[in-house]
Design a binder for this molecule. Sequence first.
Ligand SMILES: *Cc1c(COP(=O)(O)O)cnc(C)c1O
Length: 202
Amino acid sequence: MAVSKFHPVEALREAYDAGQRIFGESRVQELLDKKEFMPKDIEWHFIGHLQQNKVKYIVPFVSLIHGVDSPQLFREIDKQGRRFERRVPCLLQLHVAREESKFGFSPEDAQTFLQSEDWRGLSHVELRGIMCMASFTDDVNLIRREFTRAHDFFLWARQMCFSASPEFNICSWGMTHDYPLALESGSNMVRIGTQIFGEREY
Ligand SMILES: *Cc1c(COP(=O)(O)O)cnc(C)c1O
């Protein structure tokens, strides 16, 4: 998936012309603005920290919401999914990194949540898999351990909660600096920005 946040539509267009069809954005307004200017056959993924009051703007069309990081956010996505009569494809974000700043469920909380009545009541969320971000570090072994933790959780969830749901099959981890490690640790969807588009200007 090509992470196009902060890059102008000209850059997205160039990637599109080279064959790229999946783009990831991290801010709702930016995503809506770019969508207007880009062809209709693009799959738009949302990868940032999604605020509850913005869910309604992307639910009608979004192909995948990567970072669903709380039961409340799942409930809001479900509510908007009902309203727009759509099962919304989502990934549960796991917090496996050292950094406090990163969002997500702890593996323990995610286990509890996926076995709860609360979760079973969400008919308009389609859980497609797990997403995580590793610590930002050069410590290869630490990154590998964090990705492996996410992969172990994915395998547990697939067996215990989603054995009848073949669509639960996405492991989203790996960015420009750590995607080779991610691919060694079970990832089947890497989110690449800088390596495709160059440095971002904030
Ligand atoms: C920005 C971002 C990426 C891409 O990062 P690069 O280092 O530019 O490849 C991937 N995932 C998430 C969640 C991001 O916010």
